[in-house]
Design a protein around this ligand. Sequence first.
Ligand SMILES: Cc1cc2nc3c(=O)[nH]c(=O)nc-3n(C[C@H](O)[C@H](O)[C@H](O)COP(=O)(O)OP(=O)(O)OC[C@H]3O[C@@H](n4cnc5c(N)ncnc54)[C@H](O)[C@@H]3O)c2cc1C
Ligand SMILES: *[C@@H]1O[C@H](CO)[C@@H](O)[C@H](O)[C@H]1NC(C)=O
Ligand SMILES: *[C@@H]1O[C@H](CO)[C@@H](O)[C@H](O)[C@H]1NC(C)=O
Ligand SMILES: *[C@@H]1O[C@H](CO)[C@@H](O)[C@H](O)[C@H]1NC(C)=O
Ligand SMILES: *[C@@H]1O[C@H](CO)[C@@H](O)[C@H](O)[C@H]1NC(C)=O
Ligand SMILES: *[C@@H]1O[C@H](CO)[C@@H](O)[C@H](O)[C@H]1NC(C)=O
Length: 494
Amino acid sequence: MRVTTPLFVGLIATAAEALVVTRATIDKCLVDSGVPIDTKGDEGWVRDVAPFNIRLPYLPTAISVPLTTAHIQKSVLCGKKLGIKVSAKSGGHSYASFGFGGENGHLVIELDRMYNVTLDAKTKIATVQPGARLGHVATVLYEQYNRAIAHGTCPGVGISGHFLHGGFGFSSHMHGLALDFVESVTVVLADGSVVEASSSKNSDLLWAIKGAGSNFGIVASWKLSTFEAPDALTRFGVTLGWNKSTAVAGLEAVEAYAKFKAPREINFRVGDYGKGSPAIEGLYYGTQAQWRKDIAPLLDTLPAGWNISETRTLNWIESVISYSNYDNVDWITPSPQENFYAKSLALKGLNGTSAQNFVNYYFDVANNVVDRFWFFQLDVHGGKTSQITKVSNSETAYAHRDKLYLVQFYDRYENNETYPASSFGFLDGWVDTVTEPLPKSDWGAYANYADARLPRATAEQLYYGVNLPKLQKLKAKYDPKQLFYYPQGLSPAT
Ligand SMILES: Cc1cc2nc3c(=O)[nH]c(=O)nc-3n(C[C@H](O)[C@H](O)[C@H](O)COP(=O)(O)OP(=O)(O)OC[C@H]3O[C@@H](n4cnc5c(N)ncnc54)[C@H](O)[C@@H]3O)c2cc1C
Ligand SMILES: *[C@@H]1O[C@H](CO)[C@@H](O)[C@H](O)[C@H]1NC(C)=O
Ligand SMILES: *[C@@H]1O[C@H](CO)[C@@H](O)[C@H](O)[C@H]1NC(C)=O
Ligand SMILES: *[C@@H]1O[C@H](CO)[C@@H](O)[C@H](O)[C@H]1NC(C)=O
Ligand SMILES: *[C@@H]1O[C@H](CO)[C@@H](O)[C@H](O)[C@H]1NC(C)=O
Ligand SMILES: *[C@@H]1O[C@H](CO)[C@@H](O)[C@H](O)[C@H]1NC(C)=O
């Protein structure tokens, strides 16, 4: 039996057969609308269907590959007409494969052929297409215009996922989150209309886009402010030499410094990459001599055993390259795939029992996990002088401006075998022991380090905190039928 409309899919014998019929229907709608597509099995399809996180592969029903805003709009209209969920994929680096919708069967709009970057000479505002990757944006802005934006370190990450949910990096203490650079956006809404969102037009949409953007429409173009690329920055490293009896005091010294003494110019984290030796790494807006003066109040209070391991003067693009772990960041293709599980915490502090629990777990459990690669990163995100905390939690949808730290926990297997279910407990246990003593208002999670295992309501609460009720109302306004659904997507207010 041949069935021509997806309404009859439920009557077909096998799921595989249903998918074939539905794919043909969607592909036809796209092709009839003049939208470029990947055909299942062709080179483009094979590349576009590969998830960054090998642990979470999903099979789209169809993949459109727009080159224009009109192509994006027509893709959304096909999804709407045929009753199929639509997901935008920019760089495809979602930890939970949300660019595929986090489940099988979506119409995926693959945006990464749209990566142009230009700058208005007078306003210094950049116009960026929605599938540009961070390293390409940084390279073009620097090489052609000597301008820059604060954002994360991985050159293959897509601008859209990153800027829609935060965007933290080694210039964020100084200049803010990536989303703080957003002036306005062009968005394709669930009803197929194309609108601008700025502080004067659809300002509620702009508010929502800056922190929870994947829920409201598809950004087809970004307008971003920029700053002049600095000539000389100091990259620095300090080994900490902590052991189980000094590490809590060490964390408390870091916390006191980060909260009250760190100048805005200092950007840093404490991290350990499975080596059993936590260290500081950072980027300072100033000379090495100024850095030594500004870091002294921290070094003076750290437990004995620390050493300065690195001080290097770098220009802007050298600093971006140096923290990318690659030789060149001008990327228009995805990063190598990884097979991993990750979690995050946004914390007001890490002291007392919570810090003791973190340290005990690090020394007693994590340091004994030797059969794969894991790391933690404790990013200094807030504090008195941080540019991120200059605005309140409710000024944009990003709800963690009152948090001192963003913490990432990451656990990776070096091969393609299934991530064993028995291994989830490693990071789950670490996060549980840290948060167990804390009141709910002291912690959350970061949507850009999506943890696919959180139930929907928990994820909404942890990602969006105080902004959740307003976001759910806006979801009901802009996407009531959840065309842009994914398992941790916002539920519309009823
Ligand atoms: C190697 C690596 C390093 C990282 N480093 C950092 C870091 O230093 N700092 C940091 O803050 N984060 C970092 N991240 C996390 C990163 O910010 C997120 O994974 C981000 O969401 C990825 O964006 P993307 O466009 O590549 O992902 P995608 O998977 O394409 O998209 C992510 C989400 O955004 C939605 N989306 C994509 N494009 C659009 C659009 N145009 N309109 C509406 N919705 C859209 C997708 O549907 C999906 O829900 C890193 C991730 C990786 C893999
Ligand atoms: C990007 O810009 C180049 C040069 O102007 C143009 O030829 C190309 O079509 C643009 N690409 C897209 C996807 O808009
Ligand atoms: C720091 O340097 C001192 C002296 O140079 C050395 O004894 C100590 O082991 C070093 N500590 C670390 C953590 O590298
Ligand atoms: C921990 O480090 C401190 C400072 O270097 C040192 O005095 C102490 O002996 C160390 N303790 C253990 C158990 O190694
Ligand atoms: C400890 O952390 C809490 C948040 O969990 C914070 O409110 C408090 O100020 C911190 N205490 C110190 C001494 O930094
Ligand atoms: C994992 O799979 C990918 C694609 O399927 C392949 O390119 C890669 O070589 C594999 N890696 C390992 C370590 O097996």
